[in-house]
Write a protein that binds this ligand. Structure first.
Ligand SMILES: [Zn+2]
Length: 230
């Protein structure tokens, strides 16, 4: 906590004077064009690794970058706060892109894989049930990258599974079908600090470098669809 408190004071003394105008402008509102769903893991810092500034990235963070799917009535089959953020991002902020940002060494994926009962953490246990379809998918389906440890394959497949959960929300599905919204599956390697993007044509996650970035931007960003069957 001491580092956090001293960091806030240092930011106020050193960085804030340089960014005063930016913060004054942010007071007028926000206009992000992308919603990013990331894990709560402290090693995942999307604003740092994407060079984004405040106001540019609408971010939702959950344990395991999970989002419960919607039921028939459109209401989340689980915690509704993530779904509320999705609705706000689409219907109020009118974002054009949604990213599920998984990562390596994910504790939630390890916990889901271990299947160990944590009786002292009933909420965590309940939340990890959102990853159950991911577990089932990994067991029966073609995996994304066989060269990776199994838990990392799980975290990559989980990105695709959570994209499918997002598609159960009517505003997401309707806007994607209309070409007004693009969904992306990305995966951050905490050991290298690099981001990999899912490409359905190549059937896996590809390192996002200058070449890949140009390819994505010139192709109007195709939405990732699963290459394996349910
Ligand atoms: Zn995680």
């Amino acid at each position: 906590m001491e580092k956090l408190i001293r960091g806030l004071v240092r930011f106020r003394q050193v960085e804030l004077p340089k960014r005063r105008a930016m913060f004054e402008q942010l007071g007028a509102g926000q206009d992000p064009d992308t919603l990013l769903l990331a894990c709560a893991d402290s090693r995942v810092v999307p604003h740092l690794t994407s060079s984004m500034e405040p106001g540019e990235l609408f971010t939702v963070r959950t344990v395991g970058n999970l989002i419960a799917p919607a039921g028939a009535d459109g209401v989340a089959l689980g915690d509704v706060s993530e779904a509320a953020a999705v609705e706000y991002a689409l219907l109020v902020l009118n974002v054009k892109d949604v990213v599920v940002y998984g990562h390596s060494k994910c504790g939630a994926m390890s916990a889901a894989l271990s299947g160990k009962a944590m009786t002292e953490a009933p909420n965590l246990m309940e939340w990890l049930r959102v990853a159950t379809p991911t577990m089932e998918r990994v067991k029966r389906a073609e995996l994304v990258d066989h060269s990776l440890p199994f838990v990392e394959q799980l975290s990559q497949v989980n990105v695709l599974q959570q994209l499918d959960h997002l598609r159960t929300y009517r505003p997401v599905a309707e806007r994607e079908d209309a070409g007004e919204l693009h969904l992306h599956g990305w995966w951050f390697d905490v050991t290298t600090g690099e981001t990999h993007v899912y490409d359905s044509d190549r059937g896996g996650f590809v390192l996002l470098d200058e070449t890949e970035a140009e390819r994505i931007l010139s192709n109007a960003v195709p939405a990732p669809h699963l290459t394996f069957t349910d």
